[in-house]
Design a binder for this molecule. Structure first.
Ligand code: G6P
Length: 605
């Protein structure tokens, strides 16, 4: 989603801002822009499309100045045109903004009535005009900025430059993250630690309602009541080197293929193979007393939550409620005293998940978050953080964060079961040993990728594709469908195999591939019966299983999976569905890492 960088500096700002914007590309965007202050005047360049377009513009018409603000925009109000791109500017201020100003219409009407004219449709332009009007009344910049903030409703992170004030920048955080970077004789603002990775590793995470005034050698933070406050400085762990694709064609490909390594690293943090035990961080509550678990997330993280429900209920016998974050808080959920609410989010910033976390926190639940970004807002607002240690995930379609989240959730489920007295030490040790084998099995599956690549090429021409599974493989089917539609734009749905005959089977004909996820044992025979029903209607069945069983002769294709234990199987079956989507998207020639309309980190509702 939108990215922000701001520099109050001592050397040319544009090259450094462009590098930061490059680091922010992974969030997803459809236009970009920068503004600088040079000899007291504000100037900007903006371009729809990728950063290359902006870089081309800057090459032809450079911008000077040591202080500047930059932005990558993911369109919300108004199309991704130059006029709607940030920074928004008047002769007095330049502003970049993430989030949504909810009362922008009313503010716009007010400004229009007093003679203001607007070039685009964004809410941010309204903010720029409102601040300008304050400055025109003769207010000092700080007072004008305070008045501005008092008028805005909604969720926003703002970064502001004022004409004639090269050694000054304002920032504000209300609902959207904003981070201060501390430099030597320079200071910075960024939408996340990644934006500032090349500039500083000393960071101050602003809290909700905070605003900040930066000069080259001072940083003053104020809270919502305009009282000066001290906020802790933390040291960023984000690597300063630009993440690259290595030998891979896409980040997504790299992230799929590095899963055996990163999952091994994650498990290394949570397992003690010698002792045959699980290691969880210290907790401010006792797992054995937890009466109920609520799991909340969005997108791929939501499917990780759904898989975890099966583990937790089956192994630990604790009731679990799972919901999509955007629905959860609006349905007035019923909490149980002493309940544990777990929020799963790669970014730790997804607005809906964060709002759900705060809802549960206000209701007195214990709060845990499973995140990839350690300094993220969710991590900072949780009682317990279970990091997934996946390393930066750049591809918009989540892959390694999914399997690493699952690895953490599986470890958690086993420990919960042990603490609840549902399993003994020997069973824990068996699970630990099973988890330990996951990375090797993942590597084996990935080494057989040519087969899945050829299946993907065959099905890439389909208009609709179904994924089916039962039990714990039902969420894997839904994740498969999500992955495929995200990056290949093929319409896909994931169904519980037993539910097909209640409607979706009407879609089946010889043009509809159906991916069946059916590891041997458990419910596989029932899934296979459902696949038979599909084949009887000429559907093209692709079976993912370690046992091709009775349908071997009739199915369209079979991808052979290694036999594996029940606990790790869902983690392993994530791989062929990722590969299938990836190679289908490559076949279709889509922008795999930055699919249309999607953003990596969704910080609006
Ligand atoms: C976006 C991404 C998805 C991701 C979801 C949740 O929609 O495109 O890939 O699963 O956000 O993100 P989170 O960071 O909360 O896991």
């Amino acid at each position: 989603m939108c990215g922000i960088v701001g520099i109050v500096g001592q050397s040319p700002a544009v090259p450094r801002m462009m590098e930061s914007l490059k680091r922010l590309e992974y969030r997803g965007y459809d236009s970009a822009g920068v503004a600088t202050l040079s000899k007291g005047s504000l100037e900007r360049r903006r371009a729809p499309g990728k950063l290359d377009a902006l870089a081309g513009l800057l090459a032809n018409s450079p911008l000077e100045g040591n202080s500047g603000i930059g932005h990558t925009r993911w369109a919300t109000h108004g199309e991704p045109t130059e006029a709607n791109a940030h920074p928004h500017m008047t002769d007095k201020v330049a502003i970049v903004h993430n989030g949504i100003i909810e009362n922008f219409k009313e503010l716009k009407d007010e400004l229009t009535a007093s003679g203001a004219e607007f070039e685009g449709e964004t809410d941010t332009e309204v903010v720029a005009k409102l601040l300008t009007r304050e400055l025109e009344t003769g207010a000092e910049p700080r007072a004008a900025f305070q008045t501005l903030l008092s008028r805005l409703q909604g969720a926003f992170a703002l970064c502001v430059l004022v004409a004639g004030k090269e050694n000054l920048m304002f920032g504000a955080r209300e609902g959207s993250p904003l981070v201060v970077g501390l430099g030597d004789g320079e200071n910075y603002l960024g939408s996340d630690a990644m934006a500032l990775a090349g500039l500083s590793n000393r960071l101050i995470y602003l809290e909700e309602g905070d605003w900040v005034e930066l000069t080259r050698d001072s940083v003053q933070v104020f809270d919502r009541a305009n009282t000066p406050v001290e906020r802790a400085t933390s040291i960023s762990q984000v690597a300063t080197t630009m993440i690259d694709k290595g030998n891979h064609r896409h980040f997504m490909q790299k992230e799929i293929y590095e899963q055996p390594t990163v999952v091994a690293q994650t498990l290394g943090r949570y397992l003690d193979p010698n002792a045959g035990t699980i290691r969880l961080p210290d907790m401010p509550f006792d797992l054995k007393d937890v009466p109920k678990i609520t799991l909340v997330a969005c997108g791929t993280s939501f499917y990780a939550a759904q898989v975890a429900r099966y583990w937790i209920e089956k192994i630990a016998r604790v009731p679990v409620e799972v919901d999509i974050a955007s629905e959860f808080r609006y349905r007035d959920p019923v909490y149980v005293d002493g309940g544990l609410a777990i929020f799963i989010s790669q970014s730790g910033e997804t607005m809906d998940t964060l709002a759900a976390l705060r809802h549960a926190k206000d209701a007195g639940q214990h709060i845990a978050s499973i995140v990839n970004v350690l300094g993220s807002t969710m991590a900072r607002e949780s009682d317990l953080v279970l990091p997934i240690h996946a390393g930066p995930e750049v591809g918009v379609a989540s892959t390694k964060a999914f399997t690493c989240s699952l690895s953490v959730l599986a470890s958690f489920a086993v420990q919960l079961a042990a603490d609840k007295g549902e399993i003994d030490a020997a069973t824990v040790a068996n699970y630990v040993s099973e988890l330990e084998h996951a990375p090797a099995l993942m590597a084996k599956i990935l080494s057989d990728d040519e087969k899945i690549e050829s299946i993907a090429r065959d099905i890439a021409t389909a208009r609709d594709i179904l994924f089916v599974g039962r039990g714990i493989y039902f969420p894997i089917a839904m994740e498969g469908a999500l992955k495929l539609k995200e990056i290949s734009y093929i319409h896909a749905e994931g169904y519980a195999a037993g539910e097909l005959k209640h409607g979706p089977i009407a879609l089946i004909d010889e043009n509809v591939p159906v991916i069946g996820i059916a590891p041997d044992g458990g419910l596989s025979e029932k899934t296979v019966s459902n696949l038979q029903e599909i084949m009887a209607r000429k559907g093209k069945v692709v079976l993912l299983s370690d046992n091709k069983g009775s349908i071997a002769d009739d199915m369209y294709a079979h991808f052979e999976m290694p036999p594996a234990g029940d606990l790790i199987s869902p983690i392993l079956y994530a791989l062929p569905i990722q590969l299938l989507s990836y190679y289908a998207a490559v076949e279709k020639g889509t922008d795999v890492d930055m699919p249309r309309n999607l953003a990596k980190s969704v910080t609006v509702e």
